[in-house]
Design a protein around this ligand. Structure first.
Ligand code: MN
Length: 284
């Protein structure tokens, strides 16, 4: 079945909406599987599966004003040009005091959004990978470098990477040397997600938080449709607890690295659900 090509229940105009969804169908720097550029379309289709009422939050999403702008036209651009375009669109959203929600595309889209914030913010990145390379395959905007690019903008003290279980030796050494805050999956497995989230909150204090969700932070059993799957990961409900934990301070959100060709729609369904849940939780 084919549903409308916008995110379900996003019935408000740009001007009246508080939350602006936009797709960034970009996968030019992907290092393993291509196809994250199909994610915005598939995640929008998946979004039509869900009821408007959320029995956990008691909120009906049809009462919330949010808008789906459609996709940015970046598919064939260089990473640098793409980041520039994402940045200028995100700036437009923020200048109108709205809440950006981006659907990737790969993780290389996130620095463009983060750089659009003019106030002091912190970033929480849920990711299987530390993504702290200085440069990868000739580009500093490759998806393997995004924690580092974000850290350069917000300051190394204002980023937390949670859920990692993969790093190249050099980037791991750099991350430790420069003082990057991260929590690896093995610690989460040992102490539970609640402790990890409390520790992250303690570290970031009461700062405004931009949350970037690389779907590969989940175990590939739950989200197999992703560009660089990494075994041993979080469960879907861990993400809900994370959103709950930061919802009062959230100022923006993205979900990236869904690669719909590699599963039966599970990853797109989760991504759509997380987007809806963020809107409901921030609103409530
Ligand atoms: Mn990743």
């Amino acid at each position: 079945m084919k549903f409308p090509d916008y995110f379900a229940d996003a019935e408000s105009s740009f001007d009246e909406a508080k939350y602006i969804i936009f797709g960034v169908p970009y996968d030019k720097t992907s290092s393993f599987r291509l196809g994250a550029s199909n994610a915005p379309k598939e995640i929008r289709q998946a979004s039509w599966n869900f009821e408007t009422f959320n029995l956990r939050t008691g909120f009906d999403i049809s009462n919330i004003k949010f808008h789906d702008y459609g996709n940015l036209d970046v598919k064939d651009k260089s990473p640098e040009e793409m980041v520039k375009d994402v940045n200028s669109f995100a700036s437009k959203i923020l200048s109108k005091n709205k809440f950006p929600i981006a659907i990737g595309g790969e993780h290389s889209i996130t620095p463009g959004i983060v750089r659009a914030f003019t106030e002091d913010i912190a970033v929480v990145s849920l990711d299987a990978h530390i993504d702290f390379r200085q440069e990868y395959e000739g580009s500093s905007f490759n998806h393997a470098c995004i924690s580092r690019r974000i850290a350069e903008y917000v300051g190394i003290k204002n980023i937390a990477v949670v859920g990692i279980r993969s790093a190249e030796k050099q980037e791991f050494v750099d991350a430790k040397k420069l003082g990057l805050f991260f929590i690896d999956y093995f610690e989460i497995k040992k102490n539970g997600i609640k402790k990890a989230l409390d520790k992250t909150k303690n570290y970031l204090k009461d700062k405004k938080i931009y949350l970037t969700l690389d779907i590969d932070v989940l175990d590939p059993a739950y989200a197999p449709g992703t560009s660089t799957p990494e075994p041993f990961g979080l469960k879907p409900f861990d993400i809900i607890e994370c959103i709950d934990s930061f919802s009062k301070n959230l100022i923006g959100f993205d979900v990236v690295e869904v690669c719909p060709d590699y599963d039966q729609g599970q990853s797109a369904l989760l991504a759509a659900k997380f987007i809806r849940y963020v809107i409901e939780q921030v609103e409530s």
